[in-house]
Design a protein around this ligand. Sequence first.
Ligand code: C5P
Length: 364
Amino acid sequence: MTPAATEFITPLTFQALSGHPVHSHLLDSGEEQAMGHISLARWADVLVIAPATANTIAKMSHGWADDLVSALYLAAECPVFIAPAMNQAMWRKSATQTNIKQCQQQGVMLIGPEQGSQACGEIGFGRMSEPETICERLLELEPLPCLQGKKIMITAGPTREPLDPVRYISNRSSGKMGYALARAATDAGAQVLLVSGPTALTPPENSELIAVETAAQMYDAVMARTAMCDVFIGAAAVADYRPAQNVPQKIKKQDALISISLEKTRDILAEVAQLQSARPFTVGFAAETHALETYAQDKLRRKNLDMIAANWVGREQGGFESESNALTVFWHNGCVQLAMTDKAHLARQLISLIAEKLNEKNTV
Ligand code: C5P
């Protein structure tokens, strides 16, 4: 309990109702000896902060640790869920939304909030999800498989293809899915190489980041390292074409119409999948605006992949810049739908599926 929580309900009430000890002090000599915040954080399989106030979320997003709850979050290495609860205006405020996004990028999974009437008499988003809903979400979180000793290379983000020294062609990829996969894979114990185009994201602590800009740089970074990898996941939105000429001086404004010739880039995913020796288990993504299944299945065969994760783009929910997504995953003799959820949760499900299929392939 935070100090604010104890203003509403006493720790004694919680203790009597739950039949479990209640911890509420960050620096309590008795508690520190018995079970300080570090040992509490180590002890937990999952950390759930419910209700998560705007204040606690703000502290989490910035790494503050001035009470037991925020210190626990900072010390925790297990999956973390928050169930926000606050006034609708506080929830909608850009500061809160920025903090929520920041927490999600740190791997925190969001439950709710729900819409409805609030304690303050207003109506809107900000009600904490019902405890039953929170428990259901926790039960969905199947434990990650052990990928200890496995090396996984993941490409993420967009690429930038220069037109001249100041301009480039790029796309709307945020890198969130690739980074969430990197986090899920490191959580599962894998050694992760993250080959990333320019993003605003922080890579997971235990991963190795190789920062690139262009498709050609991404190609070189990946191909130099495939031999040391068990799994390759191509989550980057690699440019399919790049300007045929990268002129050394800024292109001047002239005619009403100008043409830029584009040439095809090399398909990193296809080349990894076609490797004759030391070929990693290869997983691709298909982002489509139409005929999702047909294109995905075609890509699976044509590029010789082991698995492909297909998602809609250009729709209201899900896709490139969104915090959530839904995937249909195909392999050669099966497929599964992963329902719309936050990218952290989706990444854990996909990593579990990859581990399962990798295992099946290695035992055949
Ligand atoms: O063929 P398409 O570009 O739709 O395929 C998407 C998949 O291929 C993604 O997994 C993406 O990371 C990968 N890709 C690649 N190199 C390219 C183009 C796409 O690795 N040049």
